[in-house]
Design a protein around this ligand. Sequence first.
Ligand SMILES: [Ca+2]
Length: 202
Amino acid sequence: MAQSTHTTISVPTFGQPTPVISVNSWIVWLYRLDGSVPFNGTWADYRDGFGNVAREYWLGLEKLTQLTNNGQYRARFEFKSVQNESWFSSEYDSFQIDPESNWYTIHVSGFVGDAGDQFNYMNPNGTQNGMNFTTWDSDNDRASEINCAAATGKGGWWYNNCGAHIMTNPFGSKWFFNRWLADLKLATDSKLDGVRAMIQRV
Ligand SMILES: [Ca+2]
């Protein structure tokens, strides 16, 4: 696992520099390694960001949309298996988040990596590319009977019905998982023990 450093970034409509963790010049927007920060936030929490760079954090959807609509960004997702404590990663050449008026829909393309095409699952119900963001208090997913966030561990995510991986549910729960790790036989248990998600301007 590469060395991480602390730095700040500037986001167009935010006056103050935003503290973030950087790894090899990637900007980390989701950082979870020990479960010390709850990720059961509301829509407003996920929009505005929460946690802190000294522990764990979610940068916030508003900052992600402003960054990725003011430049070309690529993305990297890292998953630590609970089973063998190994890290696996997936990268995308292109990563863009729509504005709040379109529910912060996610768009990724150009996959490379050893952890599978995370947002384009082999089963259409699991594909999260092109999905809206959902929190337990704002149901924008494709599961008609349930709110995927409320029905799992209250983590906000780009749920479909509901999806192949969720990076925001509680540590130790079966809903903090990555189905690709089992599909690709990287682990027989798909539960996770740590995640990082990051972007880099192209
Ligand atoms: Ca629903």
